[in-house]
Design a protein around this ligand. Structure first.
Ligand code: DLL
Length: 432
């Protein structure tokens, strides 16, 4: 099922011609309308007219979150404020938030991309979508909302939180699709079980989860506990919001909306562009955006481009699951550790709850990583030896994946904080 088969299944050559034309236009427009781009292009000694091929893109400097912060709030906009019809922003947990703007055409593009994403996930007009992504400055809620309206599905704009009401509505309104973060999906599953609601009382078929890293084992867990097909959706506010890339029914990589975004994978250290298949940091250049054109934006997200064609027929290239953010990556005694690797190792065992947190501390010169894991209600508390044995097995499993020694602490059920949006997986006490 496609929303726009012509664009989603375009011949590669035709797609690349379109991309190049759009790239040239975007670079030209950014140069003329955004003082920041003009400054940095000139400092790099490059003129927009020099962009004659994709290779020439490498002449252009990267854009980083800091550039958006330095131009806070509106100085990266390429249009006058009367053309801007919507403003969103990132949460800004670290420093100033970044502000993003949309023209009417940008909103149409975004709705189109979300309509494609929802259909790629298997959503149809007759579906009832319970949209539990937060509405507001966060792009998740309104992004899904307008895509759903575009395809004509019924959307319930419930937003995040209020888990009791979520479950009541899910049951009474017969929601067939749930959209939220994967960690909140798990929290919903847990509450459904606690409330004695049977999966047969629900009509869920599809879950569209994103906005935070998750693992293949987390997918299995959610699919089983909510009895649905779980689809991964990716995006970021600086690029447009959700709908930059999404899985199809094959659940084997996320198709990037390449007719609107040009992607590169770079080595985050050397910033060299890497060949297809190699793992590195994802970089995007917008190809059609008006209000906030973005050139070579370093997302901080780590993944790789998957080689080969997809059985679904889409010619848009796929990226692998986001493995983590470069700034989420912990360096423990010189070893790179992503929380998602720990999640994968933990859930593989099937004996613990998928709720965990990583706590990093510095003892003298030594970094210590403690993995806190919830045991399930059924694990016997009084059997100290079997708990010890479980902790040892978990430790062994994680150490064999990470190649760094860790401490495992089993904690009681329901003690790790649940999240209604993005989960906080890492507590780094080294900086305190
Ligand atoms: O999280 C947009 C979004 C909303 C995506 C709803 C999917 C669903 P930001 O708040 O700007 O935007 O955060 C963007 O979240 O750089 C990634 O690090 C992370 N992220 C988003 N989707 C995924 C995903 C939205 N599917 C940042 N897997 C990105 C892993 C993801 N990480």
């Amino acid at each position: 099922m496609y929303w726009n088969q012509q664009k989603e299944c375009m011949a590669r050559e035709e797609l690349e011609n379109l991309q190049l034309k759009r790239l040239q236009k975007t670079v030209e427009m950014a140069f003329h309308n955004v003082p920041h781009y003009r400054r940095v292009f000139q400092a790099a000694g490059v003129d927009p007219s020099e962009i004659e091929s994709f290779k020439d893109l490498e002449k252009l400097p990267f854009c980083r979150k800091q550039d958006l912060r330095d131009n806070y709030p509106y100085d990266m906009f390429a249009v006058a404020m009367q053309e801007v019809v919507r403003i969103h922003s990132s949460s800004g947990t670290t420093g100033k938030p970044t502000v993003v703007g949309y023209t009417r055409k940008d909103l149409n593009t975004w709705s189109e991309l979300m309509a494609r994403s929802l259909m790629s996930a298997g959503v149809q007009r007759q579906d009832v979508i319970q949209n539990a992504y937060g509405y507001g400055l966060f792009t998740g809620g309104l992004g899904v909302h307008y895509g759903a309206e575009k395809i004509g599905a019924s959307i319930i704009p419930i937003s995040g939180g209020n888990t009791g009401r979520q479950i009541m509505i899910m049951k009474d309104y017969g929601s067939t699709v749930i959209t939220c973060t994967p960690s909140y999906a798990l929290y919903l599953a847990e509450s459904i079980e606690e409330n004695g609601i049977k999966l047969s009382d629900l009509k869920l078929k599809i879950g569209i989860f994103g906005a935070e890293p998750w693992s293949e084992n987390m997918r299995k867990e959610i699919e089983q506990r909510l009895s649905l097909k779980a689809i991964d959706i990716y995006g970021l506010s600086e690029i447009i919001g959700p709908g930059v890339a999404v899985e199809c029914q094959e659940q084997n990589g996320l198709h990037v909306m390449e007719d609107h975004f040009l992607m590169e994978i770079i080595d985050p250290e050397t910033v060299e562009v890497l060949p297809e298949g190699e793992r590195g940091e994802l970089v995007f250049t917008s190809l059609t955006k008006e209000a906030l054109p973005i050139i070579r934006y370093r997302t901080g997200d780590i993944t790789r481009i998957l080689p080969g064609a997809c059985a679904c027929g889409r010619t848009l290239r796929r990226i692998g699951r986001i493995e983590g953010r470069s700034d989420d990556m912990l360096i423990i005694r010189g070893v790179n550790v992503f929380p998602s690797q720990v999640e994968h190792a933990l859930l593989q065992m099937g004996e613990v709850e998928p709720h965990y947190q990583l706590v990093v501390e510095r003892h003298g010169q030594m970094d210590m990583l403690e993995v806190q894991v919830e045991i399930s209600e059924t694990t016997l508390f009084d059997e100290v030896r079997s708990l010890e044995d479980l902790a040892n097995r978990i430790r062994h499993n994680i150490e064999s994946v990470l190649a760094v020694s860790v401490k495992v602490k089993l904690v009681e059920p329901k003690t790790i904080p649940r999240s209604e949006g993005k989960a906080k997986r890492v507590i780094d006490r080294r900086k305190l």
